[in-house]
Design a protein around this ligand. Structure first.
Ligand code: HEC
Ligand code: HEC
Length: 293
């Protein structure tokens, strides 16, 4: 009888301890998510003319918003875990400043930092391009389709959620705004060759999503990134144009990720944008080769 009572007390104590640990993980991770100051409010006027809205759509296509937010921007279930928001619906509900804070600074409209929204890739978008993008989101038709992708059952999802929050609570991982100071500044915006300036701007607001913050595979968190863009030293302008338009590399291989990304996003670059990207990236790759020991 006595032993049974001790065992019950033991189980009760363990359950309490587990609950306390989970409560700490939740509270500490939430405190982290809420520890980022909102950026200064975006005051750039949002255009309403058709040309600006069409330009905003071009930004959305070439920067890959659909890759995570769905073909109709209706929201998507990513990896069976995170649900991205329906952007046209959100854009009608919250202010342009709230959208800009999410896109360029990784802070959501409710003041809570975002985790996997790649603001590091959009940080250098100009005010005018950001305003056009917001104009497009506000004008784009609101799809009522349910988010694509399947949500995993809760018992498969919660361990991953707890592990992610534990890493955040312990300071081993962080929300998006914590990484943004690693994004290098643009260096070529005053270059006398306008193609170099434009090419740097385009590369640093698109390719760095996957090829590293510096296009050389550097990302501040653990895990593999796409290859160092030094590989472009071997590409002629014609090869590069084919990679952007068709997703086909010089090796003739099928690129599992880059192939669909190029056909979905980069096929929308104008010829002038492809030429600017090549002007900048070929010089960048040649300089990287010259610095190799
Ligand atoms: C790699 C995937 C990915 C890409 C690409 C992406 N997003 Fe997101 N976005 C997310 C995820 C995931 C969230 C949900 C919040 C989070 O990360 O916790 C989100 C949230 C948002 C939010 C909502 C913030 C809030 O207030 O709740 C906005 C606005 C947004 N994204 C805009 C964009 C725009 C515009 C683009 C393209 C320029 C884009 N996103 C590209 C993954 C992505
Ligand atoms: C969404 C992620 C993503 C984006 C954005 C992206 N890439 Fe890639 N890229 C990859 C991955 C991953 C690979 C490795 C091959 C694969 O798995 O598809 C790759 C491979 C490459 C290669 C190597 C091809 C070869 O010869 O094997 C080049 C060059 C390249 N990308 C250029 C670019 C350029 C230029 C941009 C920007 C305009 C860009 N990528 C944007 C993910 C991306």
């Amino acid at each position: 009888m006595r032993i049974l009572r001790w065992i019950l007390w033991g189980f009760g104590g363990l359950a309490l301890l587990a609950a306390a640990v989970l409560a700490w993980i939740y509270a500490a991770s939430e405190a982290h998510y809420r520890s980022f100051a909102a950026p200064p409010p975006f005051v750039h006027p949002i255009p309403e003319d058709a040309a600006a809205i069409a330009w905003g759509e071009h930004i959305a296509r070439t920067r890959g918003c659909r890759g995570c937010h769905g073909e109709a921007l209706e929201g998507e279930i990513m990896g069976g875990m995170v649900v991205t928001p329906n952007l046209p619906a959100l854009a009608r509900r919250v202010s342009p400043a709230a959208l800009e804070a999410a896109i360029r600074h990784g802070v959501g409209h409710n003041g809570r930092a975002l985790y996997s929204m790649p603001a590091y890739n959009f940080l250098h978008l100009t005010d005018a391009d950001t305003a056009a993008l917001i104009a497009y989101l506000r004008a784009a038709p609101v799809s009522t389709a349910a988010p694509a992708g399947a949500l995993r059952p809760w018992h498969e999802r919660w361990p991953a959620e707890v592990l992610m929050r534990l890493a955040i609570a312990r300071g081993e991982d962080a929300a998006m705004p914590a990484w943004l100071h690693h994004v290098p500044p643009l260096r070529e915006q005053a270059n006398p060759d306008p193609r170099i300036a434009q090419g740097e701007y385009l590369a640093m607001t698109s390719c760095n999503e996957c090829h590293g913050f510096n296009l050389r595979g550097f990302q501040p968190w653990a895990g593999e990134s796409a290859p160092d863009l030094i590989v472009l030293a071997a590409y002629s302008e014609q090869d590069f144009t084919r990679l952007m338009r068709e997703g086909a590399p010089i090796s003739g291989a099928q690129l599992e990720m880059m192939g669909p990304v190029a056909r979905g996003r980069f096929a929308h670059w104008s010829d002038e944008e492809v030429a600017a990207l090549y002007a900048y990236l070929s010089r960048f790759a040649a300089e990287a080769v010259a610095q190799e020991p």
